[in-house]
Ligand binder design. Structure first.
Ligand SMILES: NC(=O)c1ccc[n+]([C@@H]2O[C@H](COP(=O)([O-])OP(=O)(O)OC[C@H]3O[C@@H](n4cnc5c(N)ncnc54)[C@H](O)[C@@H]3O)[C@@H](O)[C@H]2O)c1
Length: 396
C-alpha cells in the first residue's frame, strides 16, 4: 500500500475554469492512484455566492466564502487554484505567494508583462511550486510530436505554423465584458489565445527570440453588459455601446533560437472556427500537424517512406499520458483530461519539490512574447523577446 499524502485545496473563483480545476483535482486520485496523493477540496471563494455554493455542492468543498484571504489563511489549505478574470491574477497570485501557498493559475498569467514579472519574482523569492494553465501542452498527440522532434525524426525544424482561431466573439451584439477592456484583460487574442500558441511552439521547438506583428480590432464597439455572470452575461441593448479596447485579430512572424521561422495567427471572430487551434511543423526529414478540434489524432509525414505523404495516426498508450486514461488506440481524451494531467503535474511538483508543471517562469516568457508582439503592432518593427529566466519547463 502506497503512503498517501493529503493536499488541501482552496479554489479562488468558481467560474468555468474553477469548475474544471475542481474536476481535475478529483480525477487525479483515480487516474494516478500510485502517485499517493489525496487532493482534499477544502474551501472555495467567489463573490457570486451561487457560484461558490454550486462548486461546494458539485465537488464537495466543505466551506464557501467571498473572501480570498479566508482561503489563503485556512489552516487546511496547502495549495490554491486561481481561476479569476485576468485583472485579478496579479493581486491574488501575490497574495498566495505572500501566504507561502503553491498555486495553479490560469493563463494569461498577468494582465501585462509587468504584472507577470511581479508574479514570477514573488514566486521565485518565495521558492514556490506553481502551475500555469498551458493545457494544450498535455495533449498526448503533442507529447508524441515533441518526442519526434527531440529524437530528430523530423530533422531540423524549418517552419512552425501555429493558429488559434475561434468564433467566441464573432457575434457583434455580444456584450462588452472584461475580456474587451485593456485594463482588465490586457491584450485581446495575443494574450488570451496566442499565449497558449507561443508556449506550445516553444515547448515543441525551443525559444522564440524575435517577433513582428500586425493586429486589428474589427468590431470596435459592443453593447454594454446587462444581466448575468461569467459566460452567460447578456447585452443591455438600451445602454449606449462601449468601445472594444483590444485586438480581435493578430498575426505574428517569429524567429526561433534554432533558426526555425514561425507564423502565428489568431482571431476571436473567425466565423466557423469553433476551437481551431493547431500547429504544423516542417523539418528537413519530416513534418507533423495537429489540431485541438481533432486532438486525438496527429498527421505525420516522414520523407523516404514508401507511401510518402501525411499519414493520420490515432493516439494510443505510449503517447504522453494517454495510457492513464484509455487502454486502446482511438479512444479519445477530452479537454477535461488535459486539465487532469495539468493538476497531476502540479500536485506531483508539490510532492517532489521539482517544478514539473508549466511554471510562472514559462508564463513570464509567454507574456514577454505577447508584449513584444503588441509593441511591434504599434511601431511595425521587429522586437527582441526577453531572455527566459527562472525555472522554465518548456525546455526541460
Ligand atoms: N486554459 C484555458 O484554456 C482557459 C480557458 C478559458 C479561460 N481561461 C482563463 O481562466 C480565467 C477565468 O476564465 P473563466 O472563463 O473561468 O471565467 P468565468 O467568467 O467563467 O469565471 C470567473 C469567475 O471569477 C469570479 N470572480 C470575479 N471577481 C472575483 C473576485 N473579486 N474574487 C474572486 N472571484 C471573482 C466570478 O464570479 C466567476 O465565478 C481567465 O484568466 C481566462 O483567461 C483559460
Amino acid at each position: 500500500m502506497t503512503d498517501r499524502r493529503r493536499i488541501g485545496i482552496g479554489l479562488i473563483s468558481a467560474g468555468w475554469m474553477g469548475m474544471l480545476h475542481s474536476t481535475a483535482y478529483r480525477a487525479v486520485r483515480e487516474t494516478w492512484p500510485d502517485l499517493g496523493v489525496d487532493p482534499d477540496l477544502v474551501i472555495v471563494a467567489d463573490p457570486i455566492e451561487v457560484n461558490a455554493h454550486l462548486a461546494a455542492e458539485r465537488f464537495g468543498y466543505r466551506e464557501t466564502t467571498a473572501d480570498i484571504q479566508a482561503v489563503l489563511n485556512h489552516p487546511d489549505v496547502d495549495a490554491v487554484s486561481i481561476c479569476a478574470p485576468n485583472f485579478l491574477h496579479r493581486e491574488f497570485a501575490l497574495a498566495a505567494a505572500a501566504a507561502g501557498k503553491p498555486f495553479w493559475i490560469e493563463k494569461p498569467m498577468g494582465a501585462s508583462v509587468a504584472q507577470s514579472r511581479e508574479i514570477a519574482d514573488a514566486v521565485e523569492s518565495a521558492g514556490l511550486i506553481t502551475a500555469v494553465g498551458f493545457n494544450y501542452r498535455h495533449a498526448p498527440a503533442v507529447a508524441h510530436v515533441r518526442r519526434l522532434v527531440r529524437e530528430g525524426a523530423l530533422g531540423d525544424i524549418r517552419s512552425v505554423r501555429v493558429w488559434l482561431n475561434a468564433d467566441y466573439s464573432a457575434a457583434p451584439d455580444g456584450p462588452r465584458t472584461w475580456r474587451f477592456v485593456k485594463e482588465m484583460a490586457g491584450t485581446g487574442v495575443l494574450g488570451d489565445l496566442l499565449s497558449h500558441g507561443f508556449d506550445l511552439a516553444q515547448y515543441l521547438v525551443g525559444p522564440i527570440v524575435e517577433v513582428t506583428s500586425a493586429t486589428r480590432t474589427f468590431i470596435t464597439e459592443r453593447p454594454a453588459p446587462g444581466r448575468g455572470v461569467g459566460h452567460s452575461v447578456t447585452a443591455d441593448s438600451d445602454a449606449p455601446p462601449l468601445p472594444v479596447e483590444n485586438e480581435d485579430y493578430a498575426s505574428v512572424l517569429a524567429r526561433f533560437q534554432s533558426g526555425a521561422m514561425g507564423t502565428f495567427e489568431s482571431s476571436r471572430i473567425a466565423i466557423g472556427s469553433r476551437c481551431d487551434y493547431g500547429f504544423e511543423l516542417s523539418g528537413s526529414l519530416g513534418a507533423a500537424r495537429w489540431n485541438f478540434e481533432r486532438m486525438n489524432e496527429v498527421e505525420v509525414c516522414l520523407s523516404g517512406e514508401l507511401h510518402y505523404g501525411f499519414t493520420r495516426v490515432m493516439t494510443e498508450p505510449g503517447f504522453g499520458e494517454f495510457g492513464r486514461f484509455q487502454p486502446g488506440a482511438g479512444m479519445g481524451l477530452s479537454f477535461d483530461d488535459l486539465k487532469t494531467i495539468e493538476a497531476k503535474l502540479f500536485l506531483e511538483s508539490i510532492l517532489t519539490g521539482r517544478q514539473l508543471a508549466p511554471s510562472v517562469a514559462d508564463g513570464l516568457v509567454a507574456a514577454g512574447i505577447v508584449s513584444a508582439a503588441a509593441a511591434s503592432a504599434e511601431d511595425g518593427r521587429w522586437h527582441d523577446v526577453p531572455v527566459p529566466t527562472g525555472r522554465t519547463t518548456f525546455d526541460a
